[in-house]
Design a protein around this ligand. Sequence first.
Ligand code: NAD
Length: 485
Amino acid sequence: MTDFSDLLSKVPTGLWIDGGSRDGESGNRFDVVNPATGEVLTSVANASVADGDAALTSAAVAQSSWAATPPRERSMILRRAWELVVERTEDFALLMTIEMGKTLPESRGEVTYGAEFLRWFSEEAVRVGGRTATAPSGNGRILVTKEPVGPCLAITPWNFPLAMGTRKIGPALAAGCTMIVKPAEDTPLTMLLLAQVFADAGLPPGVLSVVPTLDAPNVIGALMKDRRLRKVSFTGSTQVGKKLIEQSADQVLRTSMELGGNAPFIVFDDADIDAAVDGALAAKMRNGGEACTAANRLLVHNPIRAEFTKALAARIGATKYGPGYDDGVALGPLINAKQRNSVAALVDEAVTAGAHVHTGGKSVEGAGFFFEPTVLDDVPAGQRILSEEIFGPVAVITGFDTEEEAIERANATDYGLAAYFFTKSLDRALRVSSALEAGMVGVNRGVISDPAAPFGGVKQSGLGSEGGSEGIEEYLNTKYIALTP
Ligand code: NAD
């Protein structure tokens, strides 16, 4: 077994509450597993309902002083946290690779991307404005101010262990909110290391807590019933998101929901095919296909379909897979056995129904949770793989004849997160961008995420935006003051 003990000795493995690491009230812990080998890396404290309550108490106590902290000071703490994360790029990157599985170059990319939310929102912290107007009647002034919403709860998924946290922590702290983070069970270590980094950057106790737990329904359920909590921000599956929206009704909580996707990736016959293959490779294989923005359905204009499919299958078929920390590896394992079984079931069903396998198609025998990089074509209509999130390294190609058909099929889903298309026609670029029902559209590119841009979905892909100047609004209430001078 490769020895990661040096790195792991730097990661706090208790609950991070009130500015320090502590055991849970029950003393229970749970294991964190390396998905490349199936071996246990370490264990972390398992928060109970009582621990969640302790985290909320510290967040509620810290709330008023954090809200009253000058924006410039909040900004400088975020800025220092950004500097420290960047300084510790190699620690964060290797930690993500061993707990989540993605390759080291991809983890380094996530450190840059994830840390940037801290720098971006350190800059936004000092730009929260309001407005003033004379009432149309002439009878007094209208003053509009922005205030922090109060203690927030963030629930994050395992696929981007750093960025899905910083995308919420950055704007919350910038706006003057305190925050409790419940990281995914599979990947709690990255958030715990981040909590330590924030303490090193001078963040006061109680402003940020991290509570890993195997009992999310009860711990989260109790927090959402507590009137001290004012907001929940969730990134994860649509199924869990719907439950949380229901639960948020109890205390009429503000909610931000970044949910599942089923992104279409359309290649028109007037596209630069080489660029489209590069784009498809990025949109499909980045993060091993375990991304909410992953190209789930490749729709290719029939005149160029054979050429595109051959080129893409050659590139995907040549992808070297293995532990993400090994040299030259371009694809790591899936997160766990359940996820691999789910990908295998989708592929098996499609193949049994007549789909053509160009490359891959099977789980890899042996240690770790690997699935072969795969390209399927001629998938019969009605297959689950065309309507459900695949979340694995499997490219699914179908053909189309007209632009209208491509748009209709792209939109024939309950999801609306990302969509991509390739064309050289400016007319078509504008027409198709506005016709696609998605919160984000990539034109002639396969990667769209940018901390300076609003990330979010429509339909069952979510509510609200993260990142950009829009991101901080999610953590601000609007107050109207009617003033007679
Ligand atoms: P998941 O919904 O199973 O879990 C997400 C988080 O919710 C985890 O921390 C989990 O512990 C917690 N959780 C699960 N059940 C809960 C409950 N009953 N109450 C409270 N919390 C609960 O999702 P996942 O498998 O970790 O992540 C994959 C999903 O996340 C995919 O659907 C993907 O599309 C989505 N995702 C969306 C975005 C986005 O920005 N839209 C980004 C990344 C991932």
